[in-house]
Write a protein that binds this ligand. Structure first.
Ligand code: HEC
Ligand code: HEC
Length: 221
């Protein structure tokens, strides 16, 4: 008995370093605040911006639902090596994205990821839409609706096609949570009341919103 207990304690001790490396949103929040991330991002919902002036005053996208929107692994990687998501500069319709987002060291990126993943929205329900090269979704995205006019995506033979007004959807399947894509199509105003894309409620049936979500979520590169 005693030996088993001692062994148990030794194992618990060995497990300690892994334990301390587990999610610690509070540490990440401190890094986020100290690192001036708050100059450009807000992390408490609901959406604050009500007018175009409010939107133009924003220096970066809102992050209050980051934990519902992003995939954890992608987020930890992007914070260390941020590549442009929006082809154009934030809130600009003409200037190129300057690709100058602040970078975090690995350990800080891990902690900040834990913090951001703890920020979720009740408006995102676990629908669990499966990512696939959904033919109906593809038809909607590329032909029936103007999605591809505003968003880059991997087109024929992996060639990047599409417009520049919205965030790129290249790699959306690694970056975004499909439940969030669907929730955003259903209720764009909850997430982006001013900088919206067209509202597709009424134009797309619920089934087709799921089809197009499934198609977008399949953009792995
Ligand atoms: C000077 C303003 C500024 C600062 C400071 C800043 N960001 Fe950003 N952030 C932006 C802009 C602009 C974008 C959009 C980039 C893009 O689309 O490529 C962005 C995008 C992001 C995104 C992706 C959000 C989305 O919806 O696409 C995350 C996550 C993020 N920032 C986290 C951070 C963290 C963490 C810090 C602090 C270390 C930070 N940012 C500091 C301006 C800023
Ligand atoms: C008129 C241009 C326009 C059209 C058409 C359009 N979008 Fe968008 N889309 C946007 C803008 C603008 C944003 C948000 C911009 C921001 O956060 O900076 C956005 C955001 C998104 C996002 C979230 C991306 C992210 O990283 O935050 C997804 C997913 C998306 N759109 C899918 C679609 C789909 C699917 C369609 C067609 C059914 C569509 N869009 C049609 C302009 C458009």
């Amino acid at each position: 008995m005693k030996a088993a207990l001692r062994l148990g304690m030794a194992l618990a001790f060995l497990a300690l370093p892994t334990f301390s490396a587990q999610a610690d949103p509070a540490a990440g929040e401190k890094i986020f605040n100290d690192g001036k991330c708050t100059d450009c991002h807000y992390t408490k919902g609901p959406a604050r911006e009500k007018t175009i002036a409010d939107q133009l005053a924003k220096k970066g996208p809102e992050l209050w639902y980051a934990g519902s929107k992003f995939q954890k692994e992608w987020l930890a990687g992007w914070l260390q090596d941020p590549k442009p998501i929006r082809p154009l500069k934030f809130n600009s319709m003409t200037e190129k994205n300057p690709a100058d987002h602040p970078k975090l060291a690995k350990a800080d990126a891990g902690a900040v990821t834990d913090f951001l993943m703890s920020l979720t929205s009740d408006a995102v329900k676990p629908v669990k839409i499966k990512a696939k090269r959904n033919p109906k979704g593809r038809l909607i995205f590329t032909k029936k609706m103007p999605c591809s006019g505003c968003h880059q995506y991997p087109g024929r033979k992996g060639k990047i096609s599409g417009g520049l007004m919205g965030p790129t959807l290249v790699g959306a399947g690694k970056r975004l949570n499909s439940d969030w894509i669907y929730a955003y199509l259903q209720q764009p105003k909850v997430f982006k009341p001013v900088k919206m894309m067209p509202v597709f409620v009424g134009l797309l049936s619920d089934k087709d919103m799921k089809n197009v979500t499934s198609y977008v979520a399949n953009f792995k590169k």
